[in-house]
Design a protein around this ligand. Structure first.
Ligand SMILES: [Zn+2]
Length: 521
């Protein structure tokens, strides 16, 4: 079986994402998870650029990674300087990694306008940097920055940069689609020109500015590239990099190319969620292969067909990547979807059983009141378990109070106090928050944390409020939908009431109970 090397740059290119800022601890956790998944290379950062990255290289050595090799990343030496004297190259060596990745300019425009160097000088910089790192015993990966744009404008020169890297002893030469502006057919045409002219293994590094990063990566592999660079979930500057998660799934499942072990393929969904959690970026529902909705079926026709044969609306068995089929529950699809849901949760429900009718009636009643369970599977699961008496309370509420105060100078504060009991032990806590719901959430978790420490691992990622039945003369109801996430999953819960705090409370309690119930399984 053909094999492709996987090179992750979540910790360097991915960290350039708007909204991402990793601490050294975050980076260490991600590196360990990527090693667990079985990636070949983990680019740790740019040791020359900041002290935080240097800290990472120091500490990652203690992690004893089993498979992945950590790489230090940096530029070639600067113009008219020997690598021995270049501070950046010194930093790369100081990181003490087995592998070093250096990028050099492959586009003549950049050499002339940005580096302000001659084209020959740029070749010297590439050559001397690689040769020097090789004499220091490093494996060297050369990233040819802007290679494809360079090839479009001055093919001979762009090719010369690659040949120079090969001659200098680079172990892999990576074609970088740095600006993300290439359509797949043009990219393929250039790769076909390059491939026969070099002997060194070629890699591909793409960006997603045209939404083509994944397609371009896969096409490059089909053309013969043996090494792919990307990030988990496609994080990265601007529109991001090629998503390694989907790349791996496609390589393994669609092209039959070896990369990670089959046993690890099932961990893709978990790893994707884990990295999203540490990155503090909400996991995308429609993310290919691993998103919450990637195998979710809603329409009655689809659901009926799926019951007859799972291949009818699914391109792969979701379990292969650690995901699962979901049937979205709404009053439209009725009894079938309840039965399917019960099957999914292993609740042993029969079609004509009293329980099924009871749940259906309960569901219809709640939907009439304004509840909606399509985006609140957590609440629906709790509802079924309650109806089937497969649920035990985790705590009893004695009462709560929320105070919002605004002072003359415009300062607004929120505070919540909660009294509850867990196994007859009474707990009384208070907490402040950015708003009343946040204060209530913080107080609830503070009260429960010593009984259920796992709650420290979950957090709310989204909060939505919708006003219902605006026509009614009486007070309008609101529906609150909360999305929560931990290191493995994300789930939705719902609450409905005339009072927004009470509606939020219902959704909060469901969210916490769902997490506790899930962990118990
Ligand atoms: Zn990049």
């Amino acid at each position: 079986m053909r094999k492709v090397e996987l090179y992750d740059t979540t910790l360097r290119d991915g960290a350039q994402s708007e909204g991402i800022s990793y601490s050294v601890q975050d980076k260490l956790k991600i590196a360990q998870k990527l090693d667990f998944l079985g990636l070949d290379y983990i680019e740790g950062g740019w040791p020359g650029s900041n002290p935080k990255d240097m800290q990472f290289f120091k500490q990652v050595k203690k992690c004893r990674l089993k498979h992945a090799k950590v790489c230090a990343f940096g530029a070639t030496t600067r113009p008219h300087l020997t690598p021995q004297k270049d501070a950046n190259i010194k930093g790369l060596l100081k990181a003490e990694t087995e592998v070093v990745t250096i990028f050099g300019k492959a586009w003549d425009l950049h050499v002339k306008e940005v580096l302000k160097a001659s084209l020959d000088e740029n070749l010297r910089m590439i050559s001397s940097s690689i040769k020097y790192l090789k004499t220091k015993g490093r494996k060297v990966i050369f990233d040819a920055e802007h290679f494809f744009d360079g090839a479009k404008h001055n093919f001979d020169y762009a090719l010369k940069t690659l040949a120079t890297a090969e001659e200098a002893g680079a172990d892999t030469v990576v074609l970088c689609e740095t600006n993300g502006g290439m359509i797949t057919s043009s990219l393929v045409r250039i790769i076909r020109e390059v491939l026969p002219r070099l002997n060194v293994p070629l890699g591909i590094h793409t960006h997603n500015d045209c939404g083509m990063a994944l397609a371009n990566t896969i096409a490059a592999v089909e053309e013969g590239c043996q090494h792919i660079q990307g990030t988990i979930n496609g994080y990265g500057e601007r529109c991001g990099n090629a998503d390694l998660i989907a790349s791996i799934a496609n390589l393994r499942l669609k092209l039959g190319i070896a990369c990670i072990a089959d046993s690890k393929l099932k961990k893709l969904t978990e790893v994707s969620h884990y990295v999203s959690e540490i990155s503090n970026i909400r996991h995308k529902n429609n993310q290919p292969f691993v998103g919450e909705s990637a195998f979710a079926h809603k329409g009655g026709v689809h659901i009926n067909a799926m019951v007859k044969h799972p291949g009818t609306y699914e391109h792969i068995r979701p379990g292969l990547v650690g995901n699962r089929t979901r049937y979205l529950v709404s009053e439209l699809s009725g009894r079938t979807s309840i039965l399917l849901k019960a099957k999914e949760l292993d609740l042993g429900l029969q079609k004509d059983a009293l329980h099924t009718k009871k749940i259906l009636k309960l569901l219809q009643g709640l939907e009439h009141q304004g509840y909606q369970f399509e985006a609140a599977e957590g609440s629906f699961e709790l509802l079924m378990k309650k109806a089937l008496k497969k649920y035990k309370k985790f705590f009893d509420l004695e009462g709560f109070r929320v105070i919002i105060e605004k002072t003359k100078n415009g300062k607004v504060t929120s505070e919540a106090a909660i009294k509850l009991r867990v196994n007859k032990i009474e707990e009384h806590t208070a907490a402040e928050g950015d708003g009343p719901v946040n204060a209530l959430d913080t107080a609830l978790r503070k009260a429960l944390l010593e009984f259920y420490p796992a709650l420290a691992k979950m957090r709310l990622t989204d909060f939505k409020v919708r006003v219902l039945d605006e026509r009614a003369g009486t007070a309008a109801k609101v529906r609150v939908l909360i999305q929560s996430q931990d290191e493995q999953d994300s789930w939705g819960t719902v609450g409905v009431h005339e009072n927004i705090i009470e509606a939020s409370w219902q959704a909060l309690v469901d969210s916490v109970e769902y997490k506790l119930l899930k962990d118990r399984k």
